[in-house]
Structure formats: structure tokens, C-alpha cells
Design a protein. Structure first.
Length: 140
């Protein structure tokens, strides 16, 4: 299963006046990890720009477990869960680095969209060849 790990330190701009991380900061950490995960699959930022084939989030579910605070280092684990013909799903866990406490879990569904038309496109054939274990739910 394709996966990646990123690490971020909580900065002032990530927090409220009490030093607790804003929910939007978690989405930024998830976006960073997902962008690097897609690069690992061959869809890096330059390729996206050239092809105009963009990953579009269709659904996000986040469960907040514990609050992170200013100065914490967070580890984001990201992996692709499954591939369908035009959609795919990623999961994320964000942990506090010093004690590996689980801060959030997240699942996202995405589609690849061809711009400027805004039409969904089939996922790259290479993904299905390289990761057949992510397609076992598909009918032959």
C-alpha cells in the first residue's frame, strides 16, 4: 500500500489565542501529506500543472481525538486505502511526536478532474498495475 510520513512543528499561525491548533491547520497538514503521497504515485506538482489533471477532494471525515498545542511536533501518516475507476480514498493519522498520542484520524475520497473542462477522469492504469491489492473490491 502506498504511504508516506510527514512531520510539522506547530507554529503561532496554526493556533488560536490559547495556543490550541485550529482545525484548518490539520487540513493543511493533511493536504501536504496527500500532495507528497500523490507525488510518490507519479502525480507530482509539476506533472499536475503540465497535465491539468487535478486531485479533487469529494469528501473529508475528521475525528478529533486530542488537541495539539503550540510547539508540538506532529507526524502525519498518509496512505491510499483503495482505488476505483475514477475515485480513490486516502486515510490519515496525525500523532504527537513526543509520545505518539493520536491527535486525529481522517479519511478522504478524491477524484481526478481534467481542467479546464472540470470532467472526472479515470485513474492512471499504472496505479492499478502497481497496487493490485487496492483494487480487490472491483469486479472483473
Amino acid at each position: 500500500m502506498p504511504s508516506i510520513v510527514t512531520e510539522e512543528e506547530i507554529m503561532f499561525f496554526d493556533t488560536d489565542c490559547g495556543g490550541v491548533v485550529h482545525n484548518i491547520a490539520y487540513l493543511r497538514f493533511i493536504e501536504t501529506a496527500r500532495t507528497r503521497l500523490l507525488a510518490k504515485l507519479g502525480l507530482d506538482l509539476k506533472q499536475i500543472s503540465r497535465s491539468q489533471l487535478f486531485p479533487a477532494v469529494t469528501r473529508t471525515e475528521i475525528d478529533y481525538r486530542k488537541p495539539a498545542v503550540l510547539g508540538d511536533w506532529l507526524i502525519t501518516e498518509a496512505s491510499v486505502e483503495y482505488l476505483e475507476r475514477v475515485r480513490f480514498s486516502c486515510s490519515f493519522r496525525i500523532l504527537r511526536a513526543k509520545d505518539e498520542a493520536l491527535m486525529i484520524t481522517c479519511k478522504q475520497s478524491l477524484a481526478l478532474v481534467q481542467m479546464p473542462e472540470g470532467r472526472p477522469r479515470r485513474l492512471p492504469k499504472e496505479w492499478f498495475i502497481q497496487y493490485p491489492e487496492l483494487t480487490s473490491h472491483l469486479k472483473a
